[in-house]
Design a protein around this ligand. Structure first.
Ligand SMILES: [Zn+2]
Length: 157
């Protein structure tokens, strides 16, 4: 698995993640948004240190490091205890590419094994308390996604 680093500049120093308990899935909700565009959007429009996601998956399946294993800004109340993975796209109206899904399963499976987590620890952003948006998109069925994650993990046993 290759994780690309893009030399993004963050305004504030990184803080390490504490106790990783969840993987949280997001979509960019903007079609074809790139990592650099997301970084700039979060920095300039949201006023954050930089891209809020820990990892960002481009349309072609490229996995890009955002905050890496540092505290992100992607899920209120969960940023210190989760890894936020964003696939770019608006999954209210389109589905992830096969390349994105494959990369997602690879990355997600890697962290689940590394931190001894289960497929049920993978949550969609909208499944968190108090979240009203559809993230990671209406066309993403989280039960199906968790099933795919668990099938992916079984393929390693
Ligand atoms: Zn989200």
């Amino acid at each position: 698995m290759e994780i690309v680093k893009k030399n993004l500049h963050f305004i504030e120093p990184f803080e390490s993640l504490e106790d990783i308990q969840h993987i949280i899935v997001h979509h960019s909700s903007r079609r074809n948004m790139t990592t650099e565009e997301c970084h700039e959007f979060h920095q300039k429009k949201r006023g954050w240190s930089g891209i809020g996601y820990n990892y960002f998956i481009e349309k072609d399946g490229t996995i890009v490091e955002g905050r890496g294993l540092h505290v992100g800004a992607h899920a209120y109340g969960y940023n210190r205890i989760s890894i936020g993975i964003c696939m770019t796209g608006d999954f209210d109206v389109e589905t992830p590419t096969n390349a994105q899904l494959t990369s997602f399963l690879t990355l997600c499976g890697h962290f689940l094994r590394q931190y001894n987590l289960q497929p049920q620890d993978v949550l969609g952003h909208r499944e968190l308390d108090g979240v009203t948006k559809s993230c990671p998109g209406l066309l993403i069925n989280m039960e199906d996604l968790r099933k795919q994650v668990s099938e992916y993990l079984i393929s390693f046993m």
